[in-house]
Design a protein around this ligand. Structure first.
Ligand code: PSU
Ligand code: MN
Length: 304
């Protein structure tokens, strides 16, 4: 195992000093946002974590290695390169064995984080059950991973490009707790409301850390979704974004987009149709998640 893991200098030093480490994904950089905002956001999110006393570990696959922490040049490369594979659980072995470059999804980042002993991961949105999954069977591998890999995932809820109700049903079946950070209602990424309840509302990082610790002390495998709503001032209008998402979904269907292209296509389309306002909201919510995630990581670390 150790043969595949390669730590950045910063993460290595953080481990030696006993600092809390926070995992970050690279698919959001390579496939979730356009250049140069992707790299700018990645850098800012890392800095938010450092300023809060944590060590950022952006995870990616390079040259047969699972990188735990990227250099600035590597971040830039993931932001610019066009040939980066989107790497989920099923892609990892192939990409490592053939030494190709892979940007890790939520699922693959969780796997890498667990291997590296990192308990908390901050991102924007998780994958879920897609609308129409009853015929397409398009269900993100992120959900399965949440059921078996011991990492807490801070996100801004589930986007309504997904079927949020079915996503919650799937998570329930798989035993994955969905925690609302300061909210009873699951946020829907660009908006604070989804019309669906979370399982548990918790108001402080310490409470979240206690629940995660209890889960893992019980040897219950898997992680948890910690849903943190987008700040009020950055949220998009519900009807506006719903309308746009409908258009994006329709276009994806007409074009026959399927498999791993679905989520990147929809994100890109939504950005285009909103004239970039969805990107501004996306950046704001990821940074907000980093602020909350840093506090949870510290509380988890203190309670170890
Ligand atoms: N949602 C976002 N931005 C993203 C993703 C999801 O708002 O970048 C990425 C994450 O890496 C997530 C992946 O793990 O898309 C899910 O892809 P799929 O639906 O193909 O499993
Ligand atoms: Mn899919």
């Amino acid at each position: 195992m150790k043969n595949y893991l390669s730590y950045s200098k910063e993460v290595q030093e953080g481990l030696e000093k006993g600092l809390p480490i926070v995992a970050l994904e690279s698919t959001i950089i390579s496939h979730g946002m356009p250049y140069p905002q992707n790299v700018e956001t990645a850098r800012e999110v890392e800095q938010i974590l450092r300023d809060a006393g944590c060590v950022p570990a952006t995870i990616a696959l390079i040259d047969g290695q699972i990188k735990i922490g990227l250099s600035d040049e590597e971040l830039e490369m993931f932001g610019q390169a066009k040939d980066v594979a989107k790497a989920s659980r099923r892609d990892m072995a192939y990409l490592l064995a053939t030494k190709k470059i892979g940007a890790t999804t939520v699922a693959a980042t969780m796997i890498a984080a667990e291997l590296a002993g990192i308990e908390l991961f901050v991102t924007g949105g998780i994958g879920g059950v897609h609308r129409g999954a009853e015929t397409t069977m398009d269900i993100s591998a992120d959900l399965e991973e949440l059921s078996k890999t011991k990492v807490g995932v801070v996100c801004a809820g589930a986007k309504s490009i997904l079927d949020i109700g079915l996503t919650l049903e799937y998570l329930e079946t798989k035993g994955v707790p969905v925690i609302g950070f300061g909210t009873d209602e699951l946020p829907a990424f660009y908006t604070r409301q989804s019309g669906f309840d979370v399982n548990f509302k918790l108001d402080t990082p310490e409470e979240v850390a206690k629940v995660l610790r209890a889960k893992w002390n019980l040897n219950l495998e898997g992680g948890a979704v910690i849903a943190n709503p987008i700040p009020e001032e950055d949220a998009l209008d519900h009807d506006f974004i719903t309308n746009i998402i409908e258009k994006a979904l329709k276009e994806a269907e007409e074009k026959g987009i399927h498999g791993k292209q679905v989520t990147p296509f929809l994100l890109g389309k939504v950005k285009e149709l909103t004239d970039g306002t969805s990107l501004v909201a996306n950046i704001a919510l990821v940074k907000n998640n980093a602020k909350v995630g840093a506090q949870i990581a510290k509380a988890l670390h203190a309670a170890k």
